[in-house]
Design a binder for this molecule. Sequence first.
Ligand code: HEC
Length: 171
Amino acid sequence: MKYRAPILGLALFMAGGALAETPALDTAAATDDGIRWRNAEDVPTFKIAEDGTIDWPTFSGYRRYHAECHVCHGPDGEGSTYAPALKTSAVTMDYYDFIGIVASGKQEINSAQNQVMPAFGTNPNVMCYLDDIYTYLRARGTEEIPRGRPAKKVAKSEAYAAAEAECMGAG
Ligand code: HEC
């Protein structure tokens, strides 16, 4: 009887591990702090109205993605021969892993091509807009928004503008 508890513990540990590898994709907008929408787990997400109007941060993400990432990762998060399709990464990777790679970079050492993802951790033009880029790519990855420039957007909020100014000033 006394050996059962460890075995049960191991089984729960393994079940937990299996769940962690296949997180449910939750893009539903649950809360709005005045700056951006977040899902029930506090991860940034997009909000798209029935007429296709997108939230400001996601529109900002469209612009920032095409300024900073598109040169390697291709237009609209579609990927290129050089770098992976980030619209897919944004719906398969954990949010914190995604943020970590952008901040610290990544290098595929086994790759014959020696591809390098640069570290952007000290670049405010990326780091101040990383949640925007993330929600834009999630909206692309779930096909909630089509390719190309989003036609309609909510205006930038005062809270967003204040947070943006503070982040850029601190950078
Ligand atoms: C100079 C080219 C270049 C630029 C610019 C660039 N990347 Fe990358 N990125 C890469 C390459 C190459 C890889 C693949 C690296 C690897 O697998 O080792 C990559 C990988 C990634 C990954 C991991 C994807 C996965 O599925 O494993 C993320 C996330 C990422 N980039 C985000 C970004 C974001 C966001 C931007 C813009 C702020 C950006 N990258 C700009 C070249 C670039």
